[in-house]
Design a protein around this ligand. Structure first.
Ligand code: ADP
Length: 261
């Protein structure tokens, strides 16, 4: 930043010097700092699963492969690390495209009930494994038309419902509910899990921020899911809100434009 050239060339003779305001300089410095920290954090996040997979594979090469039980255990651990790496890289690509404004949203008239049903179907297996019930309230039989990008809005719902299952209690409940008015629908994704302590609430939408790092990683989290949600909803010109009560649960809420059927 310090080296950025403040001179602009109008033509061969006239140069214009624009002194930046201190506020702008401070903001640029802050962004630069943020970028550096993010790069350092990302490198660390990438190295962790690579080192882990390397460790297991080298131990196998060094002889552990001869013990059948150890072999299977180490192979599945190495595979898990690489799956995590794969998820992280995919999320990083999506997030950076969203942040650079490279993702063109295609707004269409879509049935939000169908989106929810597809999301529930996709996550049925992980919900079942944890004994979590997935519920839509009220139980709609008809359609609710909204204006949204079909793939991206489904991604939003997947990330929110997946988190609700992942961080919720065993045998818990995840409820998606809708409230409609003339112009909008309000979408709520609620769980009855352990909740998020208030000091973390304002930070969970930041890239790579996790309330409990090790627990989140154990559950297959990349730390980017909510940052992706925030960006997609911003592109829909809407915001997401989170409310949480420790030991009671968490609710995420956002609004979408309705379209008359
Ligand atoms: P991750 O990939 O780690 O799940 P997210 O960006 O989706 O990352 O979420 C950020 C953090 O917010 C999570 O690591 C978790 O600590 C917390 N979190 C998100 N959703 C919930 C929820 N429904 N209940 C409790 N904690 C949550």
């Amino acid at each position: 930043i310090q080296n950025a050239n403040p001179f602009k060339k109008l033509n061969d003779e006239i140069f214009v010097y624009v002194a930046k305001k201190q506020k702008e300089i401070d903001e640029l410095k802050r962004l630069e700092q943020f970028r550096r920290e993010f790069l350092a954090d990302v490198s660390h996040e990438l190295k962790t699963p690579i080192f882990a997979a390397q460790g297991f594979i080298h131990t196998l090469i060094d002889g552990a492969v001869d013990d059948e039980q150890v072999r299977d255990k180490f192979l599945s651990k190495a595979a898990k690390s690489l799956d995590g790496l794969d998820a992280l890289v995919k999320d990083l690509v999506v997030l950076s495209q969203l942040e650079m404004g490279e993702v063109k949203m295609s707004f269409e008239r879509i049935d939000f009930i169908q989106v929810i049903q597809e999301v529930f179907e996709q996550l049925e297996k992980s919900a079942l494994a944890k004994g979590t019930s997935l519920l839509l309230k009220p139980p709609y039989s008809g359609n609710v038309w909204v204006k949204a990008d079909p793939q991206r809005i489904k991604q939003v719902m997947i990330n929110l419902v997946e988190n609700a299952i992942k961080y919720g209690n065993e045998n818990g409940r995840v409820v998606v509910s809708l409230e409609e008015d003339k112009k909008h629908i309000l979408v709520f994704v609620r769980d009855n899990g352990p909740g998020i302590p208030p000091e973390h609430l304002s930070r969970i939408f930041e890239r790579l921020y996790r309330v409990e790092k090790s627990r989140s990683k154990d559950r297959g989290g990349t730390g980017l899911g909510l940052a992706i949600v925030k960006h997609i909803l911003n592109a829909h010109k809407t915001k997401i809100t989170v409310m949480s009560k420790v030991e009671k649960g968490t609710t995420f809420k956002f609004k979408l434009d309705r379209i008359d059927s």
